[in-house]
Each structure stands twice: as structure tokens, then as C-alpha cells.
Write a protein that binds this ligand. Structure first.
Ligand SMILES: [Zn+2]
Length: 684
């Protein structure tokens, strides 16, 4: 691992932060924290922590000796000075004399000694940093170090690899007890340059930022070199089917299998992030992959991301997909059963009241293909994949020099069910559509874009399909929540299929279809060009059918229901003059919606339609509004609000109707009117 310290960069950061009133110590603390945080083989997504002992002044001008230590919720790669809250050292040092200190009291002690009460919670490893005398202390979960400590006889191996320059600390759950023992190990030999924490990671320290950082990189390199020099060849590979299925062939089934059933056809769904590379596949193809996965996480704080460890499934045979899909479901059931047993066994050991987390895997290893990270959001799913890559690094190293033997599940349990994490559960309420994927055709138009925005704000990830890829991308950006844009001519079945394939590739599946794209052609029906009517049917009927067929195919594989929403327009029930080419296929689409409701209700797939009218959009442009209102001799405003309510109806109003239909879990075969009131178009 390369040492990235650069004098010029360090001094530039000191100078830049000086202008903002941040001192040299804290500026350099930010500098090396970011260097460490930028390397996934050291820390990932909020893992690891750093500190420096310096001085800070409070509001009344009193100067204090403080520990600036990483706050929870901050990522080392992008840390800022406010991510290293200052805690008064005096109180922290006094705590060392206590015999015990609960996690809640430890947090209270740390918070009550903050210089700025608005700071985030100081790290759970704050006391360990405080009890060490050095000005700068760095802590990571280096994969190379984990290869050494995740062994049966790790204590002897640590002595062999690092000699007497590093202290050895047996595994203890992070918190007050670990801090005390680590300080005792240091006191027994103050000449050490760092501490190796069994089954956990490494601390290094120094008088300045550079020394602590240099030592971290040095000892990580010592570990890397040991693994490289002493590694034995990998275990044999498993046999793969002659013809492997593709990730998209199995993703919806897997995504459905890991959804948490809440009963009565309700599910907490997850997003799946597929990740692959030669290195990933090479490792996952090991004949021992299921064994490795069952042994657990390489360092305990990964349990927050991937629970007790990954789930390994067999390689998918393209010629036996039906059997394979059943196998996926039985693997997920077995994983969940084991997880429940792990919870029940360990929970029964004391009287603490705990809430079991859902028992589903967060990382699935698929030989021949790669891995799927699962999470309630795409961000969480990607984090699970990132964690998976580093789990592979650590296990590969550990197996190269011995046998991967991480922390036992019974020792992992108190960490996964740490009381402070449990307390967060109550406040962590998902949005109504969290975990769901909505595909919207005509997604860059007025109604499509408004719908995408509203669904994304309610937690869904939107796949915005539009003829114009640039506009689709723009609408996805405006919608936010990691939504994507896809360019497709949806009257071409291959392009429609490709749009759904993209949704599966990025999120693992689809839960909601908003079949919205449409265009109007005018002409008296008796004189209408036959080709024009057929063209209109292609877009205003057959594209709806094609979208619904694709959605239903994926929904049936997922087995978690779903909802089809069609924009059928007021024309479906109330024809306008010279609008037959538009109204006829829309009427067929209204009927299509009911047919889907009838044919797929038993599988939990709902189907509803919205009858919108007179919405400013690509179908009703400002120029058309001017011309039509002029022809009727009314103002544009009067024309647009010519309904029972006397108010203009907007794309946002249509989006609200789609959202209502998506959320109304017992509503199917429904038609909702969004036209401000038009009695001639009112449904019976
Ligand atoms: Zn740690």
C-alpha cells in the first residue's frame, strides 16, 4: 500500500483551513483522515476513526485540553473539521478509574463534555483514543491486518509478523472495557508504535499526524508482505455449468426472495446491486465459498451492513433456470432460519429486551457471475457490495496463510444488537415507497417527470423511459433519489425490453409501472388515414400492453405483487371531436387495465388507470392552448380552468393520483378522474 503523504498538500490544507479559523492540529488531522478514508482496503463507509489531542476555546473564552475524535455518521474519506468534535479530555481521562461504564453512560459522558453541543456523537472508540497518550491516533480495519488476526492462533501470528513493536489486544466489544484493556496493553510496553486488535483491526499513534499515518501504512505493508510471501495457492474451484445464466435472469427472483414479507400481501422490498470483476468471480468460484460465507464477517462492524455474513448460492445453469429459481428461494429461507436461530439463542442469554432485525441476507455470492448487494435503498445495496469486495480481500488473505476464522457469531451478536443501534430503529422510519422501483414511460414529459419526482420523493427509485435519452437523463436528475434515465422507442418491443432489462440491471427488478407515454393525432374518423390510426394504436395501446407484459413478467419472478398504472386520458370514456385516433386506443387501454386487474389479482398485481384531461404538456402545448382558447373566444385561463371546480389541473395533480393508486394497497381495477370535474366524462 502506497504512502500518500505529501508535504505540499498537507501545508495547503493547513493554510486553507487557517483562513476558516481551524488550527494546524485539526487541519492535519483532517488531511491524514481523508488519506486513510480514501482507501477501501483500510476503511469503508463510516468505519474506522481518528483523533488528535489539542486545545479548544469555548463560548466564554475558556481554553480546554480536548480530544478531537471522529463523530458518528461521518465518512473518513470526506471528513471536515466539524466531523471531529472536540471533547474535554479531563472528564474522559477520569473515566479510566471507573470499574465499569454502560454504553449509554459512556455516550452521556462524551456528549456532556462536548465543546459544541450540536456536535455528532463522538465515536464509540473515543475512550480508547483518549486513554492513549499520543497526540495523533489512527484506527482502521485494514484487510491485510484482518488476514492476520482472523486466524485461530492469531496472538502467536501477530507476534511473529510484527515483533514487539505492536501490542496485542484480545477481542473485546468496542466501548469502555476495550478502551481500558487497550490502555493496559500500552502501559505494559509504552515503546509500541501501535496496537493490533484481535478479530477487529489496528491502531497506530504518533507525536504528529505524519508519524501516526506513516506507521499505519508501514504496518499494513508488513501484513501485506507477510501474506504475499507466505500465501499458499487457493483452494480448488467448483465446477460450473456449461452454460451460465445471466445476472438479469436471476436478479428478480433473488430480489423477491430477500423481500421481507409483512403478511397480507405486503412486503418490505430491497434493491439489489450487482457487482462483478475477475477478482470477485475468481474468489467466489472457490469450491469452499459456502463454507467461507458461513464463517462470518471479517471485522465486527461489517455486521451493520451484511449482518452475520454473506449468503452463497450455487452457480446458475441457463438450461435449468426453473430449478435454480426454486433453489434461490430455499437458500434464502435457510439463511433466514439460521439468522432467527442466531438471534433467539443469543437473545436468550440475558434479560435485555431486543427487537430482531429482519433475517434477510444483504450480500449474495453467485459463483460464475459475481455478487448482489441488497439494501432498502440503492445506496445501501452498493455499500453492501463494497463491503463484499473487502470481505473477499480479507478472507482471501486469511485463507492464503491459514484458515479464515473471524469473530464468533456469539461475540458478534452484542455488537449487531448494540443498545444504541437498537435505539436508532424507532427513529428510522422508511418512506412509503422505500425499496420500490417505478418504471415510467414518457418519463421526460410533463406528467411523467412530475410523477417521477413525486414517487422519488416518496422513496422509490425511478426508471425514466423516454424517446429522448438526454431528456430522460435530465428528468432522472431532477427526480433525484438515484433515479436513472433510459432512451427507448417503446413502440419497438426490443427497445421496451431493453428498458426493463436496464431496470433489472441497476435495481434488481420493477414494482410499479406508470405506463404514461402517449401522443395525439387529429382527424375525422371516417376520413382518417388507416396508417395514422395504426400508428396511434402502436403507441397508445400496444406500447401499454408491451410495457405491462414486461412488468408482469418481472413481477411474477419476484413474487411480491406490484402495480400497473395506466394513463388513459379522458378520451377513453368521453370522445372529443376529431380525436378518434387518440380516443380509440386509449379506450382499449382502459379496458386493458381492467383485464390485467382480473388476470393477475391472484398474484397480488394491481392495475389502475388515471383519466386526466387538459394538462399543460407535450400533448397540449402553450401554442395549442392559445389557438383553442382563441377559437372558443375565451381567455387561456378560462379555457384551462373550464371544469366544474373552475381550476386548472396540472401534471402534479395527475402525479398525486398515480401515487394514491400506488399506495392504496386494496385498490385494483380503479379509474381515477383528474380533470377538475367534467360531468360528461364522469364514469358510471
Ligand atoms: Zn474499529
Amino acid at each position: 500500500m502506497k504512502n500518500l503523504w505529501n508535504d505540499a498538500d498537507a501545508e495547503k490544507m493547513v493554510a486553507d483551513y487557517a483562513k476558516k479559523g481551524v488550527g494546524r492540529d485539526l487541519a492535519l488531522r483532517v488531511y491524514t483522515t481523508r488519506l486513510l478514508g480514501g482507501e477501501p482496503r483500510l476503511v469503508l463507509h463510516g468505519g474506522g476513526n481518528t483523533s488528535c489531542k489539542t486545545k479548544a476555546t469555548d463560548l466564554v473564552g475558556d481554553e480546554w485540553d480536548v480530544l478531537c475524535v471522529k463523530g458518528s455518521g461521518w465518512d473518513m474519506a470526506v471528513i471536515e473539521p466539524q466531523g471531529l468534535p472536540a471533547v474535554k479530555m479531563g472528564a474522559l481521562l477520569k473515566a479510566r478509574a471507573l470499574d465499569n461504564l454502560s454504553d449509554e453512560d459512556m455516550v452521556a459522558l462524551q456528549r456532556s463534555n462536548l465543546i459544541d453541543p450540536a456536535s455528532p456523537n463522538p465515536s464509540v472508540e473515543t475512550l480508547l483514543h483518549a486513554f492513549l497518550p499520543h497526540k495523533f491516533v489512527d484506527h482502521t480495519h485494514s484487510t491485510a491486518i484482518l488476514a492476520i488476526v482472523d486466524q485461530e492462533d492469531s496472538k502467536a501470528l501477530v507476534a511473529k509478523v510484527f515483533g514487539d513493536k505492536m501490542g496485542y489486544v484480545p477481542y473485546i466489544k468496542p466501548g469502555f472495557d476495550l478502551a481500558k484493556v487497550a490502555a493496559e496493553v500500552f502501559d505494559a510496553d509504552p515503546s509500541v508504535e501501535g496496537l493490533i486488535l484481535d478479530k477487529h483491526g489496528i491502531f497506530t499513534f504518533g507525536d504528529d499526524a505524519r508519524q501516526a499515518y506513516d506507521r499505519m501504512i508501514h504496518y499494513v505493508n508488513v501484513a501485506e508482505e507477510y501474506v504475499a510471501k507466505n500465501g499458499k495457492p487457493q483452494a480448488a474451484k467448483a465446477a460450473l455449468p456449461a452454460k451460465l445464466a445471466r445476472p438479469g435472469d436471476i436478479a428478480p427472483t433473488l430480489r423477491g426472495a430477500v423481500a421481507v414479507a409483512r403478511g397480507e400481501g405486503r412486503f418490505d422490498r430491497m434493491i439489489s446491486d450487482f457487482r462483478t470483476s475477475d477478482a470477485i468471480v475468481d474468489f467466489i468460484n472457490s469450491a469452499k465459498i459456502a463454507d467461507y460465507a458461513g464463517r462470518g464477517v471479517s471485522t465486527p462492524d461489517l455486521s451493520i451492513r451484511i449482518k452475520t455474513g454473506p449468503m452463497a448460492v450455487p452457480a446458475p445453469d441457463a438450461d435449468k433456470l426453473g430449478e435454480y429459481k426454486a433453489a434461490i428461494r430455499s437458500h434464502v429461507e435457510a439463511f433466514a432460519k439460521n439468522y432467527r436461530a442466531y438471534f433467539e439463542t443469543n437473545d436468550a442469554l440475558d434479560d435485555v429486551k431486543r427487537t430482531m432485525l429482519d433475517p434477510m441476507p444483504r450480500l449474495t455470492l453467485v459463483p460464475g457471475l459475481g455478487m448482489f448487494g441488497h439494501g432498502r435503498t440503492l445506496k445501501d445495496a452498493k455499500i453492501a457490495s463494497d463491503v463484499g469486495e473487502m470481505w473477499i480481500e480479507a478472507v482471501r488473505g486469511a485463507e492464503a496463510i491459514g484458515n479464515f476464522q473471524p469473530l464468533s457469531k456469539s461475540d458478534l451478536f452484542p455488537l449487531e444488537y448494540w443498545s444504541l443501534e437498537q435505539a436508532k430503529l424507532a427513529s428510522n422510519k422508511p418512506k412509503p415507497l422505500t425499496g420500490q422501483v417505478v418504471l415510467i414511460t414518457g418519463g421526460a414529459g410533463a406528467i411523467g417527470a412530475a410523477t417521477a419526482k413525486l414517487f422519488a420523493a416518496n422513496g422509490a427509485h425511478a426508471v425514466i423511459v423516454d424517446l429522448d435519452p438526454a431528456k430522460a437523463a435530465e428528468a432522472a436528475k431532477a427526480a433525484g433519489n438515484n433515479s436513472i434515465g433510459v432512451g427507448a422507442d417503446i413502440t419497438n418491443p426490443a427497445e421496451m425490453r431493453a428498458a426493463f432489462d436496464k431496470a433489472v440491471a441497476v435495481y434488481g427488478g420493477v414494482d410499479i409501472l406508470v405506463s404514461n407515454a402517449g401522443a395525439a393525432w387529429e382527424g375525422r374518423i371516417g376520413e382518417l388515414d388507416d396508417a395514422l390510426l395504426r400508428k396511434s394504436f402502436e403507441l397508445n395501446f400496444f406500447a401499454h400492453q408491451s410495457a405491462a407484459q414486461n412488468a408482469v413478467r418481472i413481477m411474477l419472478e419476484q413474487g411480491t405483487g406490484g402495480v400497473l398504472l395506466f394513463n388513459t386520458s379522458k378520451q377513453a370514456v368521453n370522445p372529443g371531436p376529431k380525436f378518434g385516433a387518440y380516443g380509440l386506443p386509449k379506450a382499449a387501454t382502459l379496458f386493458l387495465s381492467r383485464q390485467y386487474a382480473l388476470d393477475y389479482g391472484a398474484q397480488g398485481i394491481r392495475s389502475n388507470a388515471v383519466n386526466a384531461d387538459r394538462i399543460r404538456s407535450g400533448l397540449l402545448t402553450d401554442a395549442m392552448i392559445a389557438s383553442r382558447s382563441g377559437a372558443r373566444g375565451v381567455s387561456e385561463k378560462e379555457y384551462m380552468s373550464g371544469n366544474l371546480l373552475g381550476q386548472e389541473v396540472t401534471a402534479d395533480d395527475v402525479a398525486q393520483a398515480f401515487l394514491h393508486q400506488a399506495l392504496a394497497e386494496r385498490t385494483t381495477a380503479d379509474v381515477t378522474t383528474v380533470d377538475g370535474g367534467n360531468i360528461a366524462a364522469a364514469l358510471r
